[in-house]
Write a protein that binds this ligand. Structure first.
Ligand SMILES: Nc1ncnc2c1ncn2[C@@H]1O[C@H](COP(=O)(O)OP(=O)(O)OP(=O)(O)O)[C@@H](O)[C@H]1O
Ligand SMILES: [Mg+2]
Length: 459
C-alpha cells in the first residue's frame, strides 16, 4: 500500500464505487499523509496529527463501502465499529478502549501472517523432515532402553556405518514418494497440544475480552502445555507440522513490537453511525447519554494510552474516519472538542438515476456480474440489455422517491425481485439464455412498483 499515490488510491476505489469523488479524494489524501508523516524527521513527526475525516451523506450512497475498500487496499490494521454500540463508562456494553484493543489484535494477526509467509519455505522443509521421521522412524541405538544399558558391559556403538547408509537411502526414496503425493492418505500419529483450558470458556463472563486480557492465555501460560497423541492422515499432519514449525521460527516478541508500532502509526478506525451519538439531550439506552459516549471517545481520538494484552498503545496517530447520515442531527451537534478532532468534512451525494445505471454495470463486483456468474453455474447465460439496465435504474429511483430513499441498497431488492423466477426455475427447467430487456423488467415489476403498499413490503 505504502507506494500508492493519492491518485492511484482513487483509481483503485473507482473500481468499486461510482461517483463520490470528493470523499475518495479526502480519504486518499489522509492515507497518503500517514506515509508522508513517517518519512518526516522524528522531532516533527510527533507533531503531525492525522487528518481525521467525517463523511456525511444519506444512507446507501457508499460511505461504508469506501471505508471497506480502503481497508482492503492497505496493509494497515483497520477496524470498523458502530459508534452507537458504545456506552458511557459504568454501563454495560462495550467500552471505547476495546476499539484499540481490536485494532492491535488485528495488527498482530497481520504481522504474524506476514512473518509466517516469510518463513513458510523453511517451515515446509522442516515439516517434511518430521513427516519422514514419522514414516520411517530412525533406527534407535541399541541401548534405547535404560535398564538394558545398565545390564550391558561393553560400550554401545550405535548403528553401524552401513546401517546408517541404508537408512539414509531409504529416507531419500520415501522423500521422493512423499513429494509425489504417494503417502497423503497414510495415517500417522502426532502430538497435538490439548486445549489448555476448556473450562474457562464456560465460566468466563461476557465481556472478559474487554478487560484486555484473556484468562485462557494467562492461565494457559502458567500450566505446562499438555499434549495428546492423535492419528491423522499425512496430508493433515503436514498442515499442522508446518504451522508448528512456522511458530517456532518467528519471534513473537518482534511480532508484537512491530504490530503495536503499526497500529499506532498506520492504524485506521472507521467510526460508523457517529450521528447516532450526536445531540446531547436524547438518550441511546436507559440513562446512557450520547454526550457521555462522545466524552469517552474523545481521549481515544485525541490521543491517549490504551492498555492491551500486548502492552500500551498510543492512539495519537491513529486515523479516525467517522461517518453518518446526519438526518436528525448535524456535525455541529457533536461536542466541540470532538468536532475539532475531525477537521475534514466531506459530503457524499445522493445517487442519481445515471449513477444507478453505472453501479449496476461498472464496478468489478456489480450486481449484474454477480447474478450472471451465479446463473452461469447452472449453465444459464444471463444477459442484461442496456434498455433493461435503464429500466431497473428507473424503477429503483422511483421506489426510492416514493417510499424511502435507501440509496443503492434499493438495487439489491429490485434485482432479487426481478430475478426471483429465474433463480427458482433453474436447473429443474432448462434455460439456456435469459435476456433482461426493458419489457421483461416492466412485466415483472410494474405491478409491484405501482402498488405503494406492495412495494413497501417487497422492494
Ligand atoms: N457510489 C456507489 N457505488 C457503488 N456501489 C454503491 C455506491 N453506494 C452504495 N453502493 C452499494 O450500496 C450498498 C450500501 O452502501 P454503503 O454500505 O456504503 O452505505 P452507507 O453510505 O454506509 O449507508 P448507511 O448510512 O446506511 O450506513 C453497498 O452494497 C454498496 O455496494
Ligand atoms: Mg454505512
Amino acid at each position: 500500500m505504502q507506494e500508492l499515490t493519492p491518485r492511484q488510491i482513487v483509481v483503485e476505489l473507482d473500481k468499486y464505487i461510482i461517483g463520490q469523488h470528493k470523499a475518495k479524494k479526502s480519504v486518499a489524501i489522509a492515507l497518503r499523509n500517514r506515509w508522508r508523516r513517517l518519512q518526516v524527521p522524528e522531532e516533527l513527526r510527533e507533531e503531525i496529527m492525522p487528518n481525521n475525516i467525517i463523511m456525511i451523506g444519506p444512507t446507501g450512497v457508499g460511505k461504508t463501502e469506501i471505508a471497506r475498500r480502503l481497508a482492503r487496499l492497505t496493509n494497515a490494521p483497520f477496524v470498523k465499529v458502530e459508534a452507537s454500540k458504545f456506552t458511557e463508562v459504568g454501563y454495560v456494553g462495550r467500552d471505547v478502549d476495546s476499539i484499540i484493543r481490536d485494532l492491535v489484535d488485528i495488527s498482530v494477526n497481520i504481522v504474524k501472517n506476514e512473518k509466517t509467509q516469510a518463513v513458510q519455505e523453511k517451515a515446509q522443509e522442516m515439516a517434511e523432515e518430521r513427516l519422514l521421521d514419522l514414516l520411517l522412524p530412525a533406527r534407535k541405538s541399541r541401548s534405547s532402553n535404560p535398564s538394558e544399558e545398565l545390564a550391558k558391559t561393553e560400550p554401545d556403538l550405535g548403528p553401524s556405518k552401513q546401517e546408517e547408509d541404508t537408512y539414509k537411502e531409504t529416507r531419500e526414496k520415501i522423500r521422493g514418494l512423499l513429494r509425489k503425493g504417494k503417502f497423503e492418505a497414510r495415517q500417522v500419529e502426532i502430538d497435538v497440544p490439548k486445549d489448555s483450558f476448556p473450562m474457562m470458556q464456560v465460566i468466563s463472563p461476557m465481556g472478559v475480552e474487554d478487560m484486555g486480557m484473556n484468562l485462557q492465555e494467562i492461565f494457559g501460560g502458567m500450566m505446562p502445555k499438555k499434549y495428546k497423541k492423535r492419528r491423522m492422515s499425512v496430508e493433515e499432519a503436514r498442515r499442522l507440522l508446518e504451522q508448528e514449525e512456522a511458530q517456532k521460527l518467528i519471534d513473537i516478541d518482534e511480532v508484537v513490537r512491530e504490530a503495536i508500532d503499526r497500529a499506532e502509526n498506520s492504524g485506521i478506525v472507521f467510526l460508523d453511525e457517529i450521528d447516532k451519538i450526536a445531540g446531547e439531550h436524547s438518550k441511546v439506552g436507559p440513562d446512557v447519554s450520547r454526550e457521555g459516549v462522545q466524552r469517552d471517545l474523545l481521549p481515544v481520538v485525541e490521543g491517549t494510552n490504551v492498555v492491551t494484552k500486548y502492552g500500551m498503545v498510543k492512539t495519537d496517530h491513529v486515523l479516525f474516519i467517522a461517518s453518518g447520515a446526519f438526518h436528525h442531527s448535524k456535525p455541529s451537534d457533536l461536542i466541540p472538542e470532538l468536532q475539532g478532532r475531525f477537521p475534514i468534512r466531506v459530503e457524499l451525494q445522493s445517487l442519481t438515476n445515471e449513477d444507478f445505471e453505472r453501479i449496476l454495470t461498472e464496478p468489478e463486483n456489480a450486481l449484474t456480474k454477480q447474478y450472471a456468474a451465479l446463473l452461469k453455474t447452472e449453465g444459464v447465460k444471463l444477459a442484461f440489455k442496456p434498455s433493461g439496465i435503464k429500466e431497473i435504474a428507473r424503477y429503483s429511483t422511483e421506489v426510492n422517491d416514493r417510499t424511502e430513499n435507501i440509496g443503492a441498497r434499493r438495487l439489491h431488492t429490485i434485482m432479487t425481485t426481478l430475478l426471483e423466477d429465474v433463480l427458482f426455475k433453474v436447473p429443474d427447467e432448462r434455460e439456456e439464455k435469459v435476456e433482461v430487456t426493458a419489457e421483461v423488467v416492466q412485466t415483472t415489476l410494474e405491478d409491484i412498483v405501482k402498488d405503494q403498499d406492495l412495494s413497501r413490503y417487497i422492494l
